[in-house]
Structure formats: structure tokens, C-alpha cells
Design a protein around this ligand. Structure first.
Ligand SMILES: NC(=O)c1ccc[n+]([C@@H]2O[C@H](COP(=O)([O-])OP(=O)(O)OC[C@H]3O[C@@H](n4cnc5c(N)ncnc54)[C@H](OP(=O)(O)O)[C@@H]3O)[C@@H](O)[C@H]2O)c1
Length: 333
């Protein structure tokens, strides 16, 4: 099958189109013909080598963390899917590789594709949808009437998270630049801050939850917009000791993670608020819940651009510019 593989780590490295062996199916796996693959900054960060310590992929390997496609074969113990089913997924870490003709994954990582979405639209959802779900629902326990600040409302995570938070009944504040104000308004954001003009710290007060996706300075400011007991959940680092447990890190890595987040944890404590890092994980059950929200029209995909398969490197460069309005997807079939 054809796949875009990474032969060497490095910021300047390009993925190469290669002919590689088809994936081997395990007992609980489904084999999926990839129709479309979502592009995420995580793909670029892995290519750059920024995740080597946490996710030690050995080149050559195939990148790509989001897929929509059709099941072509199932392992002997699979119960949830059969050949011909349309699914979407964020395959688990260590089993990524959606920039390819086929991918095998555990059936528990997949969910039925929303019927009202095209393959390209469906492929835009899993990683950002699960990130928003795990931040707002699972970790954040966001409730009706609460106030949440979602940074970068026009990005992949932001466009999904705003819609989910509104569905949960929260008041949503977000940051974006002038050109994207109408977009985040259309998604339901209540308080919109042009981050190039205004400082959110002077506008927001007594928030229950912040979804932080920006730099350290923004993270530190976020502590100050929370009410006592409020939570900041950061998806842009620094990783914390809880993450060390999640990935079963060895003692050495655990010490590093503890050290990396020591400063912000101390500052959060001083402010009487809670800091935690989230690294999203594959989760088919949660993705099935997301399918229901999409099929009932509560959440809509926000698509920026679809690239043909041959232009996979261009799609990654486009995302790396950091200006995407919603999601970027590669059409494979
Ligand atoms: N830990 C996890 O599990 C996890 C999961 C998903 C993503 N992430 C991380 O979260 C971050 C966001 O991911 P993403 O996929 O949403 O990114 P993205 O789609 O590439 O974000 C692009 C958007 O960010 C906006 N933006 C850029 N700088 C901004 C700023 N200073 N303030 C407010 N908005 C700003 C841009 O709007 P303008 O053009 O208007 O500036 C653009 O619409 C990335 O670092 C990603 O790696 C982590």
C-alpha cells in the first residue's frame, strides 16, 4: 500500500511517499481503508522529534492521527464492527499512521462515522473532538451555568470545544484575531477577545475552567482569571506527574515530568487553583458519544482546507503556519 513515511526526525524533513507492507491484523483489530486523514500539529511535532522521549517511534514510520474510512477486514475477536462499516477514529499511540491506504487499529479506538458527514468532514473530528471531550467533560466536569475560557477559538480544538461547552450549558469566552470573530460567534462563543488588541486577563474574572492551548505566559495569566478552586487544563504543556502515570513512564521520565511542571503547579497552588496537563488518548466510546452530537446537529465540523494525498507535506506546512480556521484534512480515496 502507499503511505507517507518519515525516514528521519527533523524540522526540515519531509514525509516520503513509499510503497510499504499492509498492516498485520491482531485479534481485536479492524483493518480500515483510509478515505480521509485529519492533520494535526502533533504530526509535525513528532516529525520534529519533540515527542521522542514520550512517544519513541522508530523511523521509518507513517504519520497521521485521524482517520475516516471503511472497515475491510476484522480480527477473529472483533464484535463491534464488520466489513463494510464506515468508521472514524484517532488510533492509539504507537499504532498511528493514517497517511496511508490502510490502517489497523483496536476496535475499541473506533466509532461509527456520523452519517451526516462526508469522509473528509469525519476525518477532521476525532483528535480534536476527543481532546475537547476529555478536557471539558472528563477532566473539567464542566456544568451548566459555569464559565469556561477556551483559548484560540478558531483553531481545530477551539472550534469543537466552543460548540461542546455551549451544549453543556456553559458561558464561553474565547480568544481569536479580528478575521475570525464571526466564525467563533457563529459557533456560540459569548465573550470574544481579539488577542492582538486586548489582554484577556483584564476582561475575564472568576472563571471555573480554562482550556489552555498557548504558551507559558498565557498559561500563567490563565491562573489569574480563575475563581478559587477553578481549573486550568493545559493541552500545550508542561506535562505533569499525572501524565507520567498515564503513559507508564519510567522513574527517570517521571522525575523529568515532575520537574517540568513544578513551577506552574506551585503558582497554581499559590492562587488556590488547580493545574493539570492533558494528553488526549484514543477512546472509541467517547467518540461514539460525539457521533450522536454530530448526527443531532449539535456539533458541526469546521473545515479550513482539504488537500489531495500527494500534497500531504503541504497540508502539514499549512497547519504549521498556525492560522488554520478549523481543520485541515487529506483526501486519500
Ligand atoms: N495535549 C493534547 O492532547 C493536544 C490535543 C490537540 C491539540 N494540542 C495542542 O493544542 C494546540 C492547539 O491545537 P489546534 O489543533 O487547535 O491548533 P490549530 O488549529 O493549528 O490553531 C490554529 C488557530 O490558533 C489561533 N491562534 C494562534 N495564536 C493564537 C493566540 N495567541 N491566541 C488565540 N488564538 C491563536 C489561530 O487564529 P488566528 O489566525 O486568528 O490567530 C488559528 O485559528 C497545539 O499546540 C496542539 O499541538 C494538544
Amino acid at each position: 500500500m502507499k503511505a507517507f513515511i518519515l525516514k528521519r526526525y527533523g524540522k526540515k524533513e519531509k514525509l516520503e511517499l513509499a510503497e510499504i507492507a499492509e498492516p498485520v491484523l491482531k485479534e481485536h483489530d479492524v483493518l480500515v481503508q483510509v478515505h480521509a486523514a485529519g492533520v494535526n500539529l502533533l504530526d509535525s511535532k513528532i516529525r520534529n522529534g519533540e515527542f521522542k522521549l514520550i512517544l519513541p517511534y522508530k523511523p521509518p514510520f507513517t504519520l497521521g492521527h485521524d482517520v475516516a474510512g471503511v472497515v475491510t477486514k476484522v480480527g477473529s475477536s472483533v464484535t463491534k464492527f464488520k466489513a463494510g462499516d464506515a468508521i472514524y477514529a484517532r488510533p492509539a499511540d504507537h499504532r498511528i499512521g493514517t497517511f496511508a491506504g490502510l490502517i489497523a487499529m483496536n476496535e475499541n479506538d473506533a466509532a461509527p462515522k456520523p452519517k451526516n458527514l462526508s469522509m473528509e468532514e469525519a476525518a477532521s473530528i476525532p483528535l480534536v473532538g476527543l481532546t475537547a471531550w476529555q478536557a471539558l467533560v472528563e477532566k473539567g466536569n464542566l456544568k451548566k451555568g459555569q464559565k469556561v475560557f477556551i483559548q484560540a477559538g478558531s483553531g481545530g480544538v477551539g472550534t469543537f470545544a466552543i460548540q461542546l461547552a455551549k451544549h453543556l450549558g456553559a458561558t464561553v469566552a474565547t480568544t481569536t484575531s479580528r478575521t475570525n470573530i464571526d466564525l467563533v460567534k457563529s459557533l456560540g462563543a459569548d465573550i470574544i477577545i481579539d488577542y492582538k488588541k486586548d489582554d484577556f486577563e483584564t476582561i475575564l474574572k472568576d472563571y471555573d475552567l480554562v482550556l489552555n492551548s498557548q504558551d507559558t505566559k498565557t498559561l500563567e495569566k490563565s491562573l489569574r482569571v480563575l475563581k478559587p478552586g477553578g481549573k486550568v487544563i493545559s493541552i500545550s504543556g508542561p506535562p505533569d506527574p499525572g501524565f507520567g502515570q498515564q503513559i507508564n513512564a519510567n522513574w527517570f521520565l517521571k522525575i523529568i515530568l515532575k520537574f517540568l511542571s513544578a513551577g506552574i503547579r506551585k503558582k497554581a497552588k499559590r492562587h488556590g487553583v488547580n493545574f493539570s496537563f492533558l494528553f488526549m488518548r484514543a477512546q472509541g466510546e467517547q467518540l461514539s458519544q460525539i457521533t450522536k452530537l454530530i448526527e443531532s446537529g449539535i456539533i458541526k465540523p469546521v473545515m479550513d482546507k482539504v488537500f489531495p494525498f500527494e500534497q500531504t507535506n503541504d497540508a502539514m506546512s499549512y497547519v504549521e503556519m498556525g492560522r488554520a480556521k478549523g481543520k485541515v484534512v487529506i483526501k486519500i480515496q
